[in-house]
Ligand binder design. Structure first.
Ligand code: PRP
Ligand code: HPA
Length: 177
C-alpha cells in the first residue's frame, strides 16, 4: 500500500489561484496519464472495499471526475456503475437535489430507476472539498431509499471539513491535504 500511495502522491499537481483566486486546485490528470499510477489507485480502492464491505450492489459516480474512477472500480468488483449528474443531462424521470460548491452552486440529478430501494451503494468522486457534492449525492440516495455504505475519494482537502458535512456517512480518502 505505501509505495502505491507514494506513487499516487507524486502524480497530483497543485495549481494556485485556479479557477479563482485563493483556491489551490489539485490536478489529477497526471494520475490518469500514467497506466501504472491509475492501476495503483484502483488497486487501493479495491483493497479498501474488499476489507470494509461484505456486499456492494452498485458504485455511484459523481459528475464529472467520479466517472473517471468509478467504472474501473466497479469492473474490478464485478458490480454495475450508475451516474449522478449535474442537472439537465439525464433523460427520462429523474430525482434531484440542490447543493453548494466550493466555488459555485449546482443541482445533482439521477435517473429515477438507477438505484432500487434497499440496494447497497458506494459513492465515488475524485475529491472532497466542502463536501456539498457528496452530501447532495447522499441525499439523493436517501430519496431513492438506497443504503449508502460509504464514500470514496482520491483526495480530501482537510481544512474545508467536508467530512463533517457528509456525516453520518464515512468518507475514505487515499491522499489528504
Ligand atoms: C469538483 C470535484 C468534486 C467537487 C468537490 O467538481 O470533482 O465533485 O467539486 O467539491 P465539494 O466537496 O465542495 O462539493 P466540480 O463541481 O468542479 O465539477 P467537475 O467534476 O464537473 O469538474
Ligand atoms: N481541486 C480540484 N477540484 C476541486 C477542488 C480543488 O481544489 N475544489 C473543488 N473541486
Amino acid at each position: 500500500g505505501e509505495s502505491k500511495l507514494q506513487l499516487l502522491r507524486s502524480h497530483i499537481r497543485a495549481f494556485p489561484d485556479f479557477p479563482k483566486k485563493g483556491i489551490v486546485f489539485r490536478d489529477i490528470c497526471p494520475i490518469l496519464k500514467d497506466a501504472a499510477v491509475l492501476k495503483a489507485v484502483i488497486d487501493l480502492f479495491e483493497e479498501h472495499v474488499r476489507n470494509s464491505h461484505q456486499h456492494v450492489d452498485l458504485i455511484v459516480g459523481l459528475d464529472a471526475r467520479g466517472f473517471l474512477f468509478g467504472p474501473l472500480l466497479a469492473q474490478r468488483l464485478g458490480v454495475g456503475f450508475v451516474l449522478v449528474r449535474k442537472k439537465g443531462k439525464l433523460p427520462g424521470p429523474t430525482v434531484s437535489v440542490a447543493y453548494d460548491l466550493e466555488y459555485g452552486k449546482a443541482e445533482a440529478e439521477m435517473q429515477a430507476d438507477a438505484v432500487a430501494p434497499g440496494q447497497k451503494v458506494l459513492l465515488i468522486d475524485d475529491l472532497l472539498a466542502t463536501g456539498g457534492t457528496l452530501k447532495a449525492a447522499c441525499d439523493l440516495m436517501r430519496k431513492m431509499q438506497a443504503e449508502v455504505l460509504g464514500c470514496m475519494v482520491v483526495i480530501e482537502l482537510k481544512e474545508l471539513n467536508g467530512i463533517d458535512k457528509v456525516q453520518p456517512h464515512n468518507v475514505f480518502s487515499l491522499v489528504q491535504y
